[in-house]
Design a protein around this ligand. Structure first.
Ligand code: HEM
Ligand code: MYR
Length: 416
């Protein structure tokens, strides 16, 4: 028996989506009292879903496809054209294998060493300054880390430009007007730079260590045994650089959590394994990636509701991480909830759900956690600082949401 899917009336709600941000899907879920509903976005019917059951459905690749799904504004800023995020089936699996090939213990240990060294160097600079805006500083720190890790040169004079080009890609997808267009322009600029590096590597004008990310991506052969188009190889190299810089958002929220919940600091100092639980709770509690998008691959019925081929479908990540059906007191910050947590690959999904190799789950989830732990260790154990009066508010209607003051720290000192 088919049922009518709960539906929001009205011609189009795209502007409300940009205005309501992280609460768009949850507001309607509550109003319509349903984890799945229909609305209209970008002038067409669209489905929104939230919760672990919905996530499991969304990651079924017989039912949903990614090609032709993400809105152009996201492709032009965040993803890049023909990126792994837009592929399906064998083509996706082959490209994903390349990305996952640099997530081995060896590569990750190298990244950890580089990151720790860079925190040391940045801290040396911060102690000479009156105050720092943590978010801005950590973006630069991570930009240097990202270039070093992929094996590409980054001159000190270029750090600010590169940081801006990479950060604007994740700061601008949902922006309206000039800020959004700036995102597109800066993506074009960095794509050109990375394409040149890849071209030079291929022509033997410069050489990088065989095991470096840049070398691997430049020389990788696709399903047809051919080198990737230089444009595509550059997009995938940027798929490693940009999100490493994006970890600054989570490190900033980590700092905010320490300020909002000061009682947590003692626990972090006392119990070693509390660090991982704390980091997981930061990723669950605070907003970052709001939802993922796919298209219905072919008509099917689920729980009595009809899904029509071609319908844009959004899965709410933030809403699922705050779903009272999955989490007790979801609006409470409580790292302890992860002490004996037994979830599925679809219930805790700040970086997407399902499988890393077979599906679209974030290739960098493991390194995100590792780099957040390093940041947390510095903020709790290796640095002292004062926190001046400032506006630490973050709003759920801004995508991405960043505390207003970017978290100003004064008088940063090294703990010996
Ligand atoms: C995909 C979030 C960090 C590389 C994704 C997805 C989300 C996400 C939600 C999409 C999942 C889907 O489409 O179903 C985040 C967040 C991060 C982060 C919040 C925190 C900063 C990273 C890092 C890397 C990375 C550090 C690598 C260095 C990727 C790649 C994909 C991806 C390559 C595409 C995977 C695919 O389509 O198969 N990420 N990510 N991400 N992420 Fe991340
Ligand atoms: C990355 O750089 O890949 C990691 C984090 C990006 C977060 C971007 C937040 C804004 C995205 C709006 C996405 C809508 C997807 C349909």
């Amino acid at each position: 028996m088919d049922n009518q899917m709960p539906r929001e009336e009205g011609l189009d709600h795209s502007l409300s989506l940009l205005k309501e941000g992280y609460r768009f899907i949850v507001n309607r879920k509550e109003h319509l009292n349903s984890d799945v509903f229909e609305t209209r976005l970008l002038g067409k019917r669209a489905i929104c879903m939230v919760g672990s059951e919905a996530a499991e459905l969304f990651y079924d690749e017989d039912k949903f496809q990614r090609s032709d799904a993400a809105p152009n504004r996201i492709v032009q800023t965040l993803f890049g054209k023909n990126s792994v995020q837009t592929l399906d089936g064998d083509e996706h699996r082959s490209r994903k294998e390349l990305l996952m090939s640099v997530m081995t213990t060896e590569h990750i240990n190298k990244l950890i060493d580089i990151t720790e060294m860079q925190w040391e160097k940045s801290l040396d600079e911060w102690i000479k300054m009156d105050q720092i805006a943590l978010y801005e500083e950590v973006k630069e720190l991570l930009c240097k880390v990202a270039f070093k890790w992929i094996g590409a040169p980054l001159h000190e004079d270029d750090v600010k430009t590169m940081t801006k080009e990479l950060a604007t890609m994740f700061e601008s997808p949902a922006a309206i007007g000039p800020a959004h267009w700036m995102g597109r322009t800066l993506r074009n600029a960095i794509e050109k730079n990375i394409q040149q590096l890849i071209q030079d590597t291929r022509e033997g004008k410069i050489s990088f260590p065989r095991e470096s990310v840049l070398h691997k991506f430049s020389n990788y052969k696709d399903l047809n045994g051919e080198l990737l188009d230089v444009e595509i190889a550059a997009v995938e190299v940027i798929n490693m650089l940009r999100p490493i810089v994006a970890i600054a958002i989570y490190i900033n929220f980590t700092m905010l959590a320490l300020l909002q919940f000061p009682e947590q600091k003692q626990k972090l100092k006392m119990y070693g394994d509390y660090t991982k639980m704390f980091v997981q709770e930061v990723r669950r509690f605070y907003p970052f990636f709001p939802f993922v998008a796919a298209k219905v691959k072919r008509d099917f019925t689920w729980n009595g509701y009809q899904f029509k081929e071609g319908t844009l479908t959004l899965l709410d990540l933030y809403g699922t991480n705050h779903d009272p059906k999955i989490w007790d007191t979801p609006e409470e910050f409580s790292p302890e909830r992860f002490a004996h947590w037994e979830g599925t690959p679809f219930s805790f999904i700040p970086q997407g759900g399902g499988d890393y190799y077979l599906g679209h789950r974030c290739a960098g989830e493991g390194i995100t956690i590792k780099l957040m732990k390093i940041g947390l260790d510095y903020l709790v154990n290796k640095m002292e600082y004062e926190v001046p009066e400032q506006d630490l508010h973050f709003e759920l209607d801004d995508i991405p949401s960043i505390p207003k003051s970017k978290i100003v720290l004064k008088n940063v000192q090294r703990v010996n």
